[in-house]
Ligand binder design. Structure first.
Ligand code: ATP
Length: 230
């Protein structure tokens, strides 16, 4: 379970989060949608412990992210919007590094690379992978954590339709296993009818929920940019 209460964050004079609350339940896929600049990435980075909020609290599976940081971080896996790896390390070296951090065997790592179709690139430096292949490596690393809380920032953008479908199947299955899944996306059509909940973020605040089977109809303004005023 992910709980956030009254999150605030500013970059200089720009107030990006203005008291954002959210509660994300286990056993479901919860989308976070909103216009460009609404604050989705900022929220996810705070929830993942990569950025500090100016105010508010975050709890991951009952562990306060400030007071019990290690316990909270150990229960989550985060896929950033543009994952970056050391360009000279190979796909296999990269996955094994993260696998070791999470206590996975070499066999688990290879199975993960295979599941995401990148085992055949195990000896290729990550700097030479295409964008989609790099994203599939990132997904393999993300999945290796086998964490109860999964957070993803626009995971499908660089994937071809077949792998976007595989990603969806993976997340539906993880939700059925009881994982807590929070995913920021603009690919609304793909998730209609697949996600369980859809949280709307506008101008750094939660603005309620959209029906998960009619997301596009309910929020046509997502087509436009809407950068919050300072
Ligand atoms: N490091 C930063 N320094 C300054 N401003 C930032 C920084 N990171 C984000 N912002 C600003 O915060 C606002 C929210 O950005 P954020 O990336 O959270 O939005 P988003 O909802 O994820 O948008 P998108 O849909 O375009 O990915 C934007 O106005 C952005 O320019």
């Amino acid at each position: 379970m992910i709980l956030a209460h009254e999150l605030t964050k500013s970059f200089g004079a720009r107030r990006v989060l203005r008291g954002l609350d959210l509660a994300v339940e286990p056993g479901a896929i919860t989308l976070m949608v909103g216009a460009n600049g609404a604050g989705k990435t900022t929220t996810l980075r705070i929830l993942a412990g990569l950025a500090r909020a100016d105010g508010g609290t975050v709890t991951i599976c009952g562990h306060d992210l400030e007071k019990a940081r290690g316990a909270a971080l150990a229960r989550m896996s985060f896929l950033p919007q543009a994952p970056r790896f050391h360009p000279r390390l190979t796909t296999g070296q990269t996955a094994r590094f993260y696998g070791e951090l999470r206590g996975r065997t070499r066999r688990d790592v290879d199975a993960g690379l295979d599941a995401w179709g990148v085992l055949e690139f195990a000896d290729v430096p990550t700097g030479k992978l295409s964008g989609g292949l790099r994203q599939r490596l990132a997904l393999a690393v993300f999945a290796l954590a086998d964490a109860p809380v999964l957070m993803l920032d626009e995971p499908g953008l660089s994937l071809d339709p077949q792998w976007r479908r595989s990603l969806q199947d993976f997340l539906v299955n993880e939700a059925e296993r009881g994982r807590t899944i929070l995913l920021a996306t603009h690919l609304l059509g793909e998730w209609e009818g697949k996600a369980d909940r859809c949280l709307l973020v506008e101008h750094g605040r939660s603005q309620g929920e959209l029906p998960p089977d009619r997301i596009r109809d309910c929020f046509p303004r997502l087509e436009r940019d809407a950068v919050p005023s300072v």
